[in-house]
Design a protein. Structure first.
Length: 221
């Protein structure tokens, strides 16, 4: 099992002070920055794009930026986020006409590649592209908004995904996104996740460092 990574989702940050918010959450102990890109087409919400990613790099953010594309189509945004300084780029298989090609584009651009599976998307879509994946991201809410409730069935899906990854022998992270909090992070880790996105649970707290520390102590328990 890999080292656990905590990835605050800046969807729940104060966008009017985004650079400062990212600095603060990294200083509070976050490992990577989760960057949610929504297009009001693939999902019913509209957020931030590659210019904001590039602006965070220019601001001095050196931590990995984990770009979660909720856009359709994906390929032009992949190219833009490679140029904007993304570290990971993940997309939903339903949003690409040519999944293998899109994954290859990400790796050819020097980024780590991943697929994101919605709660009702089957795990078997991973089967023929496992060797092109650096990350599998399971959604534990329907994508589009922060602050939703964790869908409990995702725990079974995590266990199955963990088995698939371990059986492959490949170096692939298993990330979970949606409704993660101090209260449930331990059972999510026990089900097999190693990378934890948390938006409202961290940015909604008064003390980011205390919340991240509480998550780490649950993970260590
Ligand atoms: C939802 C986004 C998530 C969201 C998670 O579509 O992909 O990353 O920010 O927010 P919380 O942690 O509040 O469920
Ligand atoms: Zn996300």
């Amino acid at each position: 099992m890999k080292e656990f990574l905590i990835a605050p989702s800046i969807l729940s940050a104060d966008f009017a002070r985004l650079g400062e918010e990212v600095d603060n959450v990294l200083a509070a102990g976050a490992d990577i920055v989760h960057f949610d890109v929504m297009d009001n087409h693939y999902v019913p919400n509209l957020t931030i794009g590659p210019m904001v990613c590039a602006a965070l790099r220019k601001h001095g953010v050196s931590a990995p930026i984990d770009v979660h594309l909720m856009v359709k189509p994906v390929d032009s945004m992949i190219a833009s986020f490679i140029d904007a300084g993304a570290s990971y780029i993940t997309f939903h298989p339903e949003a690409s006409e040519h999944i293998d090609r899109s994954l290859q584009m990400i790796r050819d651009g020097g980024c780590k590649a991943g697929l994101v599976l919605n709660p009702a998307t089957r795990l078997d879509c991973l089967e023929h592209v496992m060797d092109k994946l650096d990350m599998v991201l399971l959604m534990s809410v329907n994508p589009g908004f922060g602050g939703q409730k964790f869908i409990p069935h995702t725990l079974n899906k995590l266990r199955q995904a963990r088995q698939l990854i371990d059986a492959s022998g490949l170096d692939i992270r298993l990330e979970i996104d949606g409704g993660v909090s101090v209260a449930n992070i331990r059972e999510i880790a026990e089900a097999g996740a190693d990378t934890f996105v948390a938006g409202s649970a961290i940015f909604g707290a008064d003390d980011y460092a205390a919340t991240i520390a509480a998550m780490r102590s649950e993970l260590a328990a």
